[in-house]
Design a protein around this ligand. Structure first.
Ligand code: ATP
Ligand code: ATP
Ligand code: MG
Ligand code: MG
Ligand code: MG
Ligand code: MG
Ligand code: MG
Length: 278
């Protein structure tokens, strides 16, 4: 098979292995979700069921790829952070992006009816694209995550104001769009408060901050009779034996996966979970 006269065509394939010692982010994004929202009557600006579905799906993706250390999601997108040392698929970009995007797509379609039981899925089914981006330093990876969370905040403030003007304020979408042109954050906060009695700060954290999915490590052994969170996340040395690696994989597979909505721009979250980017 491998040595047939046709084998040479393999040489036309382009290598796409990502450079070593870089954090790899695979970001997936729903295809044509503006249209999909209308088709399935998503509540605007935030359909809780659709967000819960995204988060449940991301949890399964994190569970099935043990080299993912953290995932961040908002709207119809999720960013999966692979540890800088991952050797999955020899770090080949297309393999990583397609494997994550298809795992996400399959899980999304299979779990859809659990979250939106009164909206049966019909063709064209939801799909997600995926891309890989490499970040050579912690600090740049942190900035990447800040960028996504800031994007979530900016969009949510805009969308919350826009949809209140339309749904409660009786404006047309064009009128609301026009009225919001050139406004800054404080203007939108003011519109929400004075016209609709909404304090933006009291909006759900999930909408304002997006969602973080990560493994929580707890020591197996009891310290002083109580379970103690273990924040050291014993790093496996590069020279780890096969059994050590296998043990580490099993530990990750057994770890509890947490879904939360913390601020990841400041240092507090990272200080409390130092093992995530260790
Ligand atoms: P593309 O295929 O280029 O990604 P798109 O229509 O998916 O096109 P996005 O920029 O990804 O464009 O925007 C996603 C759209 O889906 C946004 O308008 C966002 O508000 C909406 N959306 C996503 N999730 C929800 C949700 N849970 N509730 C309400 N609206 C949502
Ligand atoms: P990778 O994840 O690297 O692709 P793989 O196990 O999928 O690993 P492939 O080289 O893709 O490896 O091989 C696919 C295997 O599945 C082959 O052994 C092939 O014979 C088997 N297979 C695929 N389709 C069928 C089928 N319809 N009936 C029986 N065997 C099949
Ligand atoms: Mg590095
Ligand atoms: Mg999209
Ligand atoms: Mg999007
Ligand atoms: Mg195969
Ligand atoms: Mg094959």
């Amino acid at each position: 098979m491998a040595n047939s006269e046709y084998g040479y065509v393999r040489n036309f394939e382009q290598g796409d292995a990502l450079p070593p010692s870089n954090w790899i982010v695979v970001r997936i994004d729903g295809r044509g979700f503006s249209k999909l929202c209308k088709k399935y009557n998503f509540e605007k600006p935030n359909d809780r069921r659709a967000l819960d579905l995204m988060n449940a799906v991301a949890t399964e993706v994190v569970r099935s790829f043990v080299d993912i250390v953290l995932a961040y999601g908002q709207s119809d997108e999720y960013s999966f952070v692979f540890h800088e040392s991952t050797g999955l698929f020899e770090r080949r970009a297309a393999k990583l992006a397609t494997s994550v995007a298809t795992a996400f797509t399959a899980e999304y379609c299979m779990q859809w009816s659990t979250f939106l039981p009164d909206q049966p899925l019909a063709r064209p089914y939801p799909t997600f694209d995926g891309r890989c981006v490499c970040y050579p330093k912690h600090s740049i990876l942190r900035d990447y995550l800040c960028w996504r969370q800031a994007d979530c905040h900016i969009n949510n403030l805009y969308n919350t104001t826009f949809w209140n003007m339309v749904l409660k304020g009786g404006m047309s979408t064009t009128e609301a769009e026009q009225a919001l042109k050139g406004t800054v954050s404080s203007d939108k906060n003011e519109i929400l408060f004075s016209r609709f009695g909404i304090n933006y700060n009291s909006e759900p954290e999930a909408y304002k901050k997006g969602t973080v999915v990560y493994r929580l490590y707890v020591k197996d052994s009891c310290v002083n009779g109580s379970l103690k969170p273990e924040n050291t996340g014993d790093k496996v040395p590069d020279t780890a034996s096969k059994t050590q690696l296998e043990k580490e994989r099993k530990r990750k597979q057994k770890a509890q996966i947490v879904i939360d909505h913390p601020d990841i721009i400041g240092d507090a979250f990272w200080t409390a979970h130092p093992y995530i980017l260790a």
